[in-house]
Design a protein around this ligand. Sequence first.
Ligand SMILES: [Zn+2]
Length: 208
Amino acid sequence: MDFFDFHHHHLGQFGIYNLDLFSDDNPEIFSVGLHPKDITNDFESALDWAKSRAQEPNCLAIGECGLDALVEVDSALQEELFTQQILLANKLQKPIIIHCVRRHQDLLKFQKIAKIPLIVHGFNKKESIATNLLNAGFYLSFGKSLLENLSLQSVFKECPNHRFFLETDAAEINISEIYDKASSIKAMSTSEMQQLIKQNLNLILNNE
Ligand SMILES: [Zn+2]
């Protein structure tokens, strides 16, 4: 069985490839959205492009999109565009892959308008933030930080088995390394971990 990479930027890799803005690549499966860093004055045409590619059957999820306190884009505009993408995801019944930097507390109010699963990708925050998100119904996706960050490893250990994914994002590492670390933390075999991720994927795609 393969190692499903929940969120990545490596064209050709197995998993959900995140399309670059205005790309016409046609990966086997992908996510598409407007990243906060890509919001410019011409956000309308970027959003139109994302909306049109989001209709394609190979598009499994909307994103990455969300809130980023470190980019110089007005936070009200970020929130408005995040809301529009949640409404799009509701309409298409596709989950959302969330990019969030230092705005995790603010994510909670967006959960209330979402009728689809919300997955916070690249999660590497402390236990209390994880608990708040998990209690609100979010899923968490863990990447490279899991390999070395001991406190994140304990967050991952406590994360319910039906609420997480594994990813490489932009890192130049092999996804199997993250599966190996995750399996050992959860005291599972690699194939049990692969099976679990597959089940979790089915959960969010069927919106159960
Ligand atoms: Zn990414």
